[in-house]
Design a protein around this ligand. Structure first.
Ligand SMILES: C[S@@+](CC[C@H](N)C(=O)[O-])C[C@H]1O[C@@H](n2cnc3c(N)ncnc32)[C@H](O)[C@@H]1O
Length: 314
């Protein structure tokens, strides 16, 4: 059984490793020519490095407390090289150039922005938004060179029309209700430059299969609206019935308490935030005129989330 996606280019981690080789005195670094295994080697190097070495390397951010950083990682370090490189690979394969104004939508405490800043110090102007005020405050205090802003749970964003070259939203459309997904597609479309690219991930059919194969993760069914006593199989059947009916399934979180990231939002609501599954055909119905799918890869991140890149018409 395939448990993890390996077909991606180490777009950012390769650049970080190359930059580390320019610094004298750092030993035990991964070789810049290594493509396979470079991310594991880099993460292991950070874990073994002294505080002084990490500071010299510019990779010394700690993992924020759980109330601020709501995302798990494979290694106990802050920087998310692996998932970011999967995202960048999809963008590059869709024809995007990794340059210009780059927004991480739903950035949490900035684990992808921190890597982007280290890997592309001169090529990117970085922006991050998230409704969690605690995450945005931490980001502002720890990562300079990123313009961060606490966003609202509903559009709009504070950017001018046609302002951004690239937007990424990792594990965000996996949570939106269809009306919220549609409204935010329109807003991202407004903010993107003509010819700009937008990466987002969804739960699709492979996610259902992976939940059966691995029995992981086990959602806490009582946390979602409508079905307090679901079994796993009833839950998966409800998703499949939603796919059959019109291509989607959505169950909102019952309470803010069950969604720790939104506890830091201003006047939080769970009406449009929960667990969302979307078929590609349904995604198409949510996109505004002028945004079209240029790439769709099933089971891309952690072999579970589907990855999409859409482009705004030039
Ligand atoms: C699963 S985390 C993903 C974080 C980050 N993208 C990553 O992959 O590391 C979901 C994030 O979405 C944020 N979020 C919740 N509602 C949102 C909204 N309406 N717009 C943007 N982000 C939202 C949460 O605060 C949280 O930080």
């Amino acid at each position: 059984m395939q448990t993890e996606t390996t077909d991606f280019i180490p777009v950012s981690s390769r650049r970080v490793v190359a930059a580390l080789h320019e610094i004298s005195g750092l030993t035990g670094l991964p070789r810049p020519s290594d493509e396979i295994g470079v991310i594991d080697a880099l993460c292991q190097w950070i874990m073994a490095a002294s505080d002084e070495e990490k500071a010299v390397a510019g990779l010394d951010l700690p993992v924020p407390p759980k109330v601020i950083h709501h995302v798990a990682g494979r290694y106990p370090i802050f920087y998310d090289f692996r998932n970011l490189d999967i995202v960048l690979t999809e963008l590059v394969r869709a024809g995007a150039k990794i340059e210009g104004r780059f927004l991480d939508f739903g950035c949490s405490s900035g684990r992808s922005l921190a890597v982007l800043k280290r890997a592309f110090p001169d090529r990117l102007e970085l922006f991050g938004v998230d409704p969690s005020g605690a995450s945005i405050n931490w980001l502002e205090q720890h990562i300079d060179g990123v313009t961060a802003c606490q966003s609202s749970q509903s559009p709009p964003l504070g950017f001018a029309d046609d302002f951004l070259d690239i937007v990424i939203a990792k594990s965000i459309w996996t949570h939106f209700s269809p009306p919220a997904a549609k409204a935010w597609f329109a807003e991202i479309g407004r903010c993107l430059k003509p010819g700009g690219h937008f990466f987002f991930s969804t739960h699709g059919p492979h996610d259902v299969a992976s939940r059966i194969l691995r029995d992981l993760p086990r959602p806490k069914y009582e946390r979602y609206t409508g079905h307090p006593h679901w079994t796993r199989d009833e839950f998966l059947m409800a998703i499949i019935e939603g796919f059959r009916a019109d291509g989607h399934f959505f169950a909102a979180f019952r309470e803010i308490y069950h969604q720790s990231d939104l506890r830091g939002a201003a006047q939080p609501t769970t009406a449009d935030w929960g667990l969302s599954f979307l078929l590609p055909g349904f995604v198409e119905t949510l996109l505004p005129e002028g945004l079209s799918v240029v790439r769709h890869e099933a089971a891309r991140t952690a072999s579970r989330h589907d990855a999409y890149v859409v482009r705004k018409a030039a």
